[in-house]
Ligand binder design. Structure first.
Ligand SMILES: CCC1=C(C)/C(=C/C2=NC(=C\c3[nH]c(/C=C4\NC(=O)[C@H](C)[C@H]4CC)c(C)c3CCC(=O)O)/C(CCC(=O)O)=C2C)NC1=O
Length: 169
C-alpha cells in the first residue's frame, strides 16, 4: 500500500536520484492540502452512516427498479449488501484521501470486483451513480466547512468509478 510520499521516494530511489524540483512541488501540494484532507476524512468518519443511508435513498429514488422485484437490490439481504458496498467505497475513499494515493483502492477494493459484480448481476451503472452521489455529498459538506479545493475529494471516487466501469454488463 502506497501513499504520496512512499510512492515518490520509491520512484526516485528506483532511478537512484535525489528528489528534484518536480518531487518537491508534488510534496508541497500534498502537505499544503494535508489539513484539509484530515478534516474531510474526519467529516466522513463522523457522518458515514448518514451519508451512506442518504445516498442509498437518493440512488433508489433515481433508479427505483433496483429495489422492485427482479431488481438486484430487492430483498432485505441484497438491499443491505448494496448499502454495505457503498460504505466500503466511502471508507476506502477516506483512506485514499489521507494517503493521497489510490493504491489502497486497487489493492483492497477493486481486485476481482468487476468479476464478482458480473457473476452476481450487480449492475455497474447504478453503482457508479451511488458512488458519485456520495462524492457530491462529501464535497457539499467540505464546501460548507470552507474547503475550496476539492480535487482530492473527487480523486478516489472518480478512480473507483473509472476502474469499475471498465467492463459494463
Ligand atoms: C472491501 C472490498 C469489498 C467490496 C467492494 C465487496 C463487494 C461485494 N459486493 C457483493 C454483493 C452485492 N453487492 C450489491 C450491490 C448493489 N446492488 C445494486 O443493485 C446496487 C446498484 C448496488 C449497491 C449500490 C448487492 C445487492 C450484492 C448482493 C448480490 C447477491 O448476493 O445476489 C459481494 C459478493 C459477496 C457478498 O454478498 O458479500 C462482494 C464481494 N466486498 C468486499 O470485501
Amino acid at each position: 500500500m502506497r501513499d504520496t510520499v512512499t510512492s515518490l521516494i520509491s520512484n526516485y530511489d528506483g532511478a537512484g536520484r535525489y528528489l528534484d524540483r518536480d518531487a518537491m512541488e508534488s510534496l508541497k501540494s500534498y502537505f499544503t492540502s494535508g489539513m484539509d484532507r484530515v478534516k474531510v476524512a474526519t467529516m466522513i468518519s463522523a457522518n458515514a452512516a448518514g451519508i451512506v443511508r442518504a445516498a442509498g435513498t437518493r440512488l433508489f429514488e433515481q433508479v427505483p427498479e433496483l429495489i422492485r422485484p427482479g431488481g438486484n437490490a430487492y430483498t432485505t439481504r441484497r438491499y443491505a449488501a448494496c448499502l454495505r458496498d457503498m460504505d466500503y467505497y466511502l471508507r476506502y475513499s477516506s483512506y485514499a484521501m489521507i494517503a493521497g494515493n489510490d493504491d489502497v483502492l486497487t489493492e483492497r477494493v477493486l481486485q476481482g470486483l468487476r468479476e464478482t459484480y458480473n457473476s452476481l448481476g450487480v449492475p455497474i451503472a447504478p453503482t457508479v451513480i451511488g458512488i458519485q452521489i456520495m462524492k457530491d455529498m462529501v464535497k457539499g459538506m467540505a464546501a460548507d466547512a470552507g474547503i475550496e479545493n476539492a480535487a482530492f475529494i473527487d480523486q478516489p471516487f472518480d478512480y473507483i468509478t473509472r476502474e469499475v466501469s471498465e467492463v459494463s454488463i
